[in-house]
Design a binder for this molecule. Structure first.
Ligand SMILES: Cc1ncc(COP(=O)(O)O)c(C=O)c1O
Length: 429
């Protein structure tokens, strides 16, 4: 068989596309195709984004949107950051993929950074937040099994928490609507009210020796932007230590600079046993990570856990570049300065419009809880925001969530807030 040059392959592919689809890359695309072609588990906005730069995104018709969503708290450095483009394209010329039968330089460099700048001594890479939490829960079960025996299987989680969509993580998550109808679900998971110290103490008093892990978000994101109290987070740490259970902190949304620290636990005065990261870690390139100690990691010996794409060189090269930008005083202090600007602007809107019952959050991760007459209408605000040229998020039916790039410009914040006020005026009438 004769060898084809890369140029010949490109030409052959273009000929095939032209024959089969009439030039695939130029195939006209409309939003209606989503409803025709895609599994309907999402309900995307009416416009189709095609290009992004910083915190501005353009749709198919050239209309510009200010991005207060960053995916869902993902694009930590905004769109098209030159450092990310360089890391991705440099790595694309070198090596895209090897299996975990080999290691690779970008993965080891990223692991080095994560270990040097956190409590962790060991890192496991995967592809998403759910996969990182799945690994965390399996690791906690396996650690308890190997060190303390068969009975130590219980996981304590909280109502309204969100930990991902695999069967284990969706069951650990505290929102029944996401976990029902798929049974049998994994057993041994108990949910208590978030921030309820007495309930946590009761669980440990009743059967502390059977508990292998407590899994918590430092602030519940999807569940309504509810901050964890110091008392609750510290009680979880204390009780886990006393009962040889592992504290899993899910920092998939709170981590990588979003609250103004590299990871949120650094501001809370507690250290987890296992930390999970994703979203901002790759700045938009899919990657997840589990961080832990050597002692805990030791139960994941060769073959005990794994994933084909974990530690993918492209993902790790991009994440390494994101890490180096995020983990600087300039960016982390900049997050705190942006917080102040957002709060000032949101409070001023509320003085004029009286639509928010509470404004809360940390860093560039803000929840605007709608006042009583407007409860249940957060999605209406998000839709109106789209019409006003603003990408925005909800955190449940009553809370509008803002989670932009960590480096959104001050002009973009002001422009976005003006558009938000227009949207509030239209949606809440
Ligand atoms: C706190 C938290 N954990 C886990 C996940 C799941 O991450 P992924 O969607 O990447 O699986 C999310 C996603 O919203 C999250 O916010």
């Amino acid at each position: 068989m004769s060898e084809l040059s890369p140029e010949a392959i490109v030409a052959a592919t273009a000929r095939r596309d032209a024959a089969v689809l009439g030039n695939a890359s130029a195939l006209p695309v409309t939003r209606a195709m989503f409803d025709e072609l895609m599994v309907g588990c999402y309900a995307p906005a009416a416009f189709v984004p095609v290009r992004g730069e910083g915190s501005r995104v353009w749709d198919q018709h050239g209309r510009m949107y200010i991005d207060f969503a960053a995916g869902v708290a993902v694009s930590a450095l905004g769109h098209g950051h030159p450092v990310m483009i360089r890391a991705l394209t440099d790595q694309a010329r070198l090596l895209w993929h090897v299996s975990n039968w080999f290691t690779n330089e970008p993965a080891l460099r990223l692991a080095r950074r994560l270990v040097d700048h956190t409590f962790a001594e060991r890192v496991f890479f995967c592809n998403s937040g759910a996969e990182a939490n799945e690994a965390a829960l399996k690791l906690a079960r396996r650690y308890a099994h190997d060190r303390f025996g068969d009975q130590k299987i219980r996981v304590i989680s909280t109502h309204n928490s969100f930990h991902g969509r695999t069967l284990f993580t969706v069951t650990a998550g505290g929102q029944a609507k996401y976990a029902s109808g798929f049974g049998p679900n994994p057993a041994g998971i108990t949910h208590i009210a978030y921030n309820d110290v007495a309930a946590l103490e009761r669980e440990f008093e009743a059967a502390g020796d059977d508990i292998c892990a407590v899994i918590l978000e430092p602030m519940q994101g999807e569940g309504g932007m509810i901050p964890g109290t110091q008392e609750f987070l510290h009680a979880a740490r204390r009780l886990c230590t006393a009962h040889h259970a592992l504290l899993i902190l899910d920092e998939i949304q709170s981590g990588m600079g979003r609250t103004g620290a590299l990871f949120s636990y650094m501001q809370k005065g507690i250290v987890p046993d296992i930390l999970t990261s994703a979203k901002g870690l790759g700045g938009g390139f899919p990657i997840g990570a589990l961080l832990t100690t050597s002692e805990i990691a030791s139960v994941f010996g060769v073959g005990v856990h794994g994933t084909t794409y974990g530690g993918n060189p492209l993902a790790c090269a991009v994440a390494g570049a994101v890490f180096d930008v995020v983990n600087t005083i300039e960016v982390l202090d900049g997050v705190k300065a942006r917080h102040a600007l957002f709060m000032e602007g949101l409070k001023a809107i509320n003085v004029r419009r009286r639509v928010f019952r509470e404004l809360r959050g940390e860093g560039v991760w803000l929840g605007c809880e709608l006042d009583a007459p407007w409860q249940g209408k957060s999605m209406d605000v998000v839709r109106a925001a789209g019409d006003a040229g603003l990408m925005l998020l909800v955190a449940g039916p009553d809370v509008v969530r803002i989670a932009p790039s960590l480096v959104i410009s001050l002009d973009e914040i002001l422009e976005g807030l003006a558009r938000l006020e227009t949207a509030l005026g239209r949606a809440l009438t």
